[in-house]
Design a protein around this ligand. Sequence first.
Ligand code: UGA
Length: 439
Amino acid sequence: MRLTVIGTGYLGATHAACMAELGHEVVGVDVDAGKVAALAAGRVPFHEPGLAGMVARHTASGRLRFTTSYEEAGAFGQVHFVCVGTPQRRDSDAADLTYVEEAFAGIARQTRKGALLVGKSTVPVGTAARLADTHDVEIAWNPEFLREGYAVEDTLRPDRLVFGVRTGRAERLLRQVYGTVLAGGTPLVVTDFATAELVKTAANSFLATKISFINAMAELCEAAGGDVRELSEALGHDDRIGRSFLRAGVGFGGGCLPKDIRAFAYRAAELGVDLGFLRAVDAINMRRRDRVIELARQLCGDGLLGARVAVLGAAFKPDSDDVRDSPALNVAARLGLAGADVTVYDPEAMDNARKEYPLLGYAMSVEEALRGADLVLHLTEWPQFRELDPGRAASLVHRPLIVDGRGVLDADRWTAAGWRFRALGSPAPVGPVGEDGRG
Ligand code: UGA
């Protein structure tokens, strides 16, 4: 089939490349001429494992093209996917729908007769119906559940597909688009617009709630002398609870979960439904960042002013260079404001971090970040941080003090190598060494 994908960010670029991989002819559309030029030349302007090779292959074969022209896209496509962003508005918790509205208006003006416009962006419930009433074109809603870092895999082999449709024809066209995926056994839910929109925000809200639940348990473990890692493991053995998204730490960030739960609660309130528990989810999440700073203060007994702090991690999660609402950078910046001399290292997100926080210090390697540090904060769980040799790391720093903000480092190994080790949700180690790490 001939498809277009409007918006070529993480979601759109991945969707476009994966649709080409599934055998479709695809045109990607973006208003950003620089992004279009890079993608057209087979280059992906962000880090997403497996995507660069796929884009290069399909642009070279001509099956995947990119343009800034809605006119060209409209003349080409039978089905148009809208994959633009819906950031949080500056003046409230609501989603900013400017880009969605512009994309639908732009393509609706140019479409061929019988074309289908499919929304994939995360939107407040009611948006699809409003767009369908505004534009004289057929519309469907097909929410996206891909995770950054696994975007290609999640698109080619999703755990479910959801089609929000008003006609059998729209459903048939979408079944044709995803024929290969459906033939592979992916479950499909065909539903109305409102439910399709709600599935996405409900899913992200549930995931955020799970993370904040375990982080609240981490607070309780700290107060009661329990260990949240063991608690989480024991909870996860119950199939009804499950193991995933029960990793306690510095909390969730990124371009989706934080803004989606806020927009969801905001939209629910507009509809007269109180989702106040999501405010608690949000508050628990933000408190975890405060707790890392509190532990940093405790460990640097003589204050943060002038303390050299190495922050390991800048991306909001590993396998990504995305720093939007990154807990790691939020903590780093706040320590900087408190007078600490902060040096950040991340394997992929350095350029984006520098753009967001130009005043922080940056190191070219983990060794360089550690050298001379009074305190180490582990805030994004990249594999190379997990694999660090605690003995070698101890030989580089000034004082062997570390906070594991992601709950994945082996406390025994680090302690055995002479480190004073603190993790969120674990009791403070007993022993002769005081909170300031100097005994
Ligand atoms: C999230 C959802 O997982 C996707 O299903 C959804 O499609 C996407 O948002 C979206 O709306 O586009 P993503 O933002 O890529 O995907 O990241 P996640 O893997 O969900 O992680 C979110 C945050 O939660 C990260 O900061 C991660 O470090 C944190 N997290 C995750 C925890 O703190 N603990 C956990 O146990 C799991």
